[in-house]
Design a protein around this ligand. Structure first.
Ligand code: KG4
Ligand code: ZN
Length: 342
């Protein structure tokens, strides 16, 4: 029997401030990936400036696709389908990637697959580099913690593309809390990596910040924690004392990681999960990675650093599983800036 020819998906991601393209084979093998970050451009505003992001995507999208194809060694005709982030994200940013993807799908006469950005983050754990030994794919039932700049939620995955939401944040997302606390500690944007850096020389036990008690044990709330850091900062400033940024950053980071870890473990036990997966920008955090890898009772999947924050490889991976399941989006598909995973 002849083996099936490989299926190659080219994906485009432009939901926020990275213009990205990637090609993935059979949902898992990364052939090429390019991420053009606009981070430095937005840092001066202390956050992503939507108008600037959209204009920059327009400038970057064609070179990013061309570079990715060149790196993959493929021609456009070798691509079987085009996947694109449909949402959630900034409308003006999403639309640039969407139009590029539509142009490619139409010109090449290939299917177009609209992908949910959050599903993309989850599927980053299926990816490995071409030439690497094949790592085992995550096994279901899988407890998936999604921690990005806009979302924090716990979902039970019982099969590919099949989710049950157990809880989510009632206010700020974990990444958003990192960004806001970074700002009030006077650290540069984005707050997550800046807090991680400052915390390296800090004492994580110096401040005992509160944890919200919630009716649903799988929900999250970080706004009280953020306010507690603000009060601590104000107290110190009132007394004209030196602000111990490192200790505050380390204590805040430790509290967030502890909350995320304990809730995920409890959910995994309560729902008889076989394995655990952590995805989204905050999964790049070193303290979080160490905690999950060293203390979990379950096998843990966390993507490689380069796949934690926004990229198109994850959209290609999720797009492959949608494609394999027969999903095909119409060419008049519109972007969906607000689009829950389920
Ligand atoms: O997934 P992502 O790149 O974009 C969204 O889909 O939101 O996540 C961005 C978030 C930001 O809030 C950023 O501060 C956070 O991920 N982040 C981190 C780290 N790297 C990025 N948070 C904590 N520690 C990090 N090392
Ligand atoms: Zn993201």
């Amino acid at each position: 029997m002849n083996a099936l020819p490989p299926t190659r998906i080219l994906a485009i991601e432009s939901s926020c401030d990275e213009t990205a393209c990637a090609v993935i084979e059979n949902g898992r093998v990364l052939l090429a990936s390019t991420v053009a970050s606009q981070m430095e451009m937005h840092a001066r505003y202390g956050g992503v400036f939507p108008e600037v992001a959209s204009r920059q995507h327009v400038l970057s999208i064609i070179p990013v696709v061309e570079q990715t194809l060149a790196k993959s060694g493929l021609m456009l005709k070798d691509v079987d389908a085009i996947a694109v982030t449909r949402g959630p994200g900034l409308a003006g940013s999403l639309v640039v990637g969407m139009n590029m993807a539509k142009g490619l799908a139409l010109g090449l006469n290939r299917p177009l697959i609209g992908v949910n950005h959050l599903e993309g983050h989850i599927y980053s754990s299926w990816i490995y580099n071409t030439g690497e030994p094949i790592p085992p794919a995550p096994q279901f039932p899988l407890m998936a913690l999604l921690v990005s700049g806009g979302h924090t939620e716990l979902n039970l995955m019982t099969d590919h593309l099949t989710y049950k939401r157990l809880g989510s944040t009632l206010d700020d997302a974990a990444g958003e809390a990192f960004d806001k606390v970074g700002r009030l500690l006077g650290l540069p944007f984005p707050g997550g990596p800046a807090i991680q850096r400052a915390a390296e020389s800090g004492d994580a036990t110096r401040y005992n910040f509160p944890r919200a008690k919630l009716d649903n044990p799988y929900d999250f709330s970080f706004s009280g924690l953020k306010t507690a850091v603000l009060y601590a900062v104000n107290e110190i400033k009132k007394k004209n004392e030196h602000l111990p940024v490192e200790d505050l950053a380390a204590s805040f980071q430790e509290t967030v990681v502890d909350i995320l870890f304990k809730k995920t473990m409890q959910a995994a036990r309560d729902f008889d999960a076989q394995e655990v997966l952590v995805a989204g920008g905050v999964s790049a955090n070193r303290v979080l990675r160490t905690r999950f890898h060293s203390q979990s009772d379950f096998k843990v999947h966390i993507p490689a650093f380069s796949l934690c924050t926004d990229n198109a490889a994850m959209i290609a991976a999720a797009g492959y599983y949608r494609y394999a399941a027969g999903h095909d989006s119409a060419l008049d598909m519109d972007v969906q800036p607000t689009w829950p995973l389920l």
